[in-house]
Ligand binder design. Structure first.
Ligand code: ATP
Ligand code: MG
Length: 451
């Protein structure tokens, strides 16, 4: 995205250049959000980028970097002087560091790792032991923990001390004497409590938490369901690993939605952002499905050959093939897309299988009838042959009903088989119902046509 404010950019460039006043620069930076800064950085030359990152307070520089892809984060960090590098790296949130470290080459990781403070090194190593895309690998370790025997007053003093650094200060997680997560308090509850009550008297001990090995998509759904701004992540031994916050959820949802949309379009999901993917990488992601669909598509020619006799009997039938096939494909794509989404967000489950079929049959019938009425009129206008008109309109009803049902059923079957329902994408449904639509068409023609 190009940065719109050209004047601001000029001003910044001047301040970054020789003789720019450091004071004015920091004043200007104060007015900008890390996200804005990340956009600005993209507009600058490498020299300027590095100078700007050095001029920012490390906390802001860290937040700004978090808006970049891991590879770019590495490029910046690698070029910065050791001290700045270390300051920024230690200010980055643990989930961002883990993401960065998993994305870059192990040797590159080693180069950065030594700049982390000793305790942070340990936390990061711990967090990296969880599988990629699990709640544990995503968890942020900068949460506020308190001991269950503390008083509200002691806990508040603790919040004042560590609150600055915490990623999430809305909740105070209360640990038992064995270090297990025993309860939770919102900041509001802590402030309102009488100063010398013990935390274990006021805490909520029915804590909702996600296990560290849970898939990130599932964890995101749990947070969305409970409407908390953060949820604790716990290990199998009941110890707290960290928190997942709503902004992580937004990222996960975006990531998963992108994947689904790419699948829906009949391509395998990309591992890198579109513009950063090489042509060959894109080729590999697309060729598999394209080739499969192509081969499946060749079946239609086989079917056509099979019904050659019927076709020669009424050549007019041939003119309607593209229309009928296209209509079936569209109807199937409509329902499959709707149902894939419904399955993805949990509106539809495998047990709703029969309900969905019954709906789509009825829906397909009315849709088909409405279209058949128009289709009959149109085909009569085209070649004034009632028989062909009847064949075409009957086929429309059958094809639309049939395609809608198939489009709805396949994603649910996919879910049942443990596949991503989005695998049964619109292109795939279209190819499938193309072939079946042809068979339906010619079978109906055979019934109507005098032998
Ligand atoms: P405010 O909404 O003004 O920030 P609040 O006290 O209502 O303050 P909420 O975030 O709405 O805070 O939390 C509602 C309740 O849920 C609080 O009592 C809080 O202690 C509790 N809570 C927070 N996280 C969890 C959790 N993971 N499991 C169970 N209860 C939780
Ligand atoms: Mg509330």
């Amino acid at each position: 995205m190009p940065f719109e404010d050209a004047k601001l950019l000029e001003q910044l460039r001047a301040l970054l250049g020789q003789g720019g006043s450091a004071h004015d620069l920091s004043e200007l930076l104060d007015e900008l959000q890390p996200y804005d800064l990340s956009i600005i950085i993209e507009e600058l030359e490498q020299e300027e980028q590095l100078r700007l990152l050095e001029a920012m307070p490390p906390v802001i520089a860290a937040e700004t970097l978090e808006h970049f892809e891991p590879i770019e984060q590495y490029r910046f960090l690698d070029h910065l002087p050791a001290e700045t590098k270390s300051e920024i790296l230690n200010q980055m949130s643990s989930d961002a560091v883990v993401q960065l470290f998993t994305a870059i080459h192990p040797r590159q990781m080693d180069r950065l790792y030594k700049y982390l403070s000793k305790p942070y090194q340990e936390q990061i190593r711990n967090q990296m032991s969880y599988p990629e895309n699990s709640a544990g690998s995503l968890a942020n370790v900068d949460y506020i923990a308190a001991q269950c025997w503390w008083t509200a007053q002691q806990a508040l003093a603790h919040v004042r001390k560590v609150g600055e650094r915490a990623e999430i200060y809305n909740y105070i997680y209360v640990l038992s004497s064995w270090g297990e997560l025993a309860g939770v308090l919102s900041l509001r509850e802590l402030i309102l409590a009488a100063p010398d009550t013990r935390l274990d008297e006021i805490m909520n001990s029915k804590v909702i938490a996600v296990p560290a090995d849970m898939d990130q998509e599932e964890a995101a759904r749990v947070i969305a369901q409970y409407d908390f701004v953060a949820l604790p992540v716990v290990s199998s031994t009941g110890r707290m690993v960290g928190v997942i916050t709503v902004d992580d959820v937004l990222d996960i949802i975006e990531e998963e939605a992108t994947e689904d949309i790419q699948l829906l379009g009949g391509s395998q999901p990309l591992d890198t952002p579109y513009l950063q993917s090489g042509i060959f990488g894109l080729f590999r992601k697309r060729i598999v499905w394209l080739m499969l669909l192509f081969l499946a598509g060749t079946i239609t020619s086989t079917i056509l050959r099979f019904y050659e006799d019927t076709l020669t009997q009424a050549v007019a039938l041939a003119f309607f093939i593209p229309l009928l096939i296209g209509t079936g494909g569209n109807a199937g794509a409509q329902t499959s897309t709707t149902v894939i989404r419904a399955v993805a967000v949990g509106d539809v489950n495998v047990k709703d299988f029969l309900i969905v079929i019954w709906r789509e049959i009825r829906l397909g019938l009315i849709l088909g009838l409405a279209m058949a009425a128009i289709g009959l009129g149109w085909s009569l206008a085209q070649n004034n042959d009632l028989l062909v008109g009847l064949i075409v309109s009957t086929t429309i009803v059958a094809v639309v009903t049939f395609s809608s049902t198939i489009g709805a059923v396949m994603p649910i079957i996919g879910k049942k088989l443990g596949l991503d329902p989005a695998v049964f994408s619109a292109p795939m449904i279209t190819t499938l119902v193309d072939a079946l639509g042809l068979i339906i068409y010619f079978q109906i023609a055979r019934i109507f046509l005098p032998l």
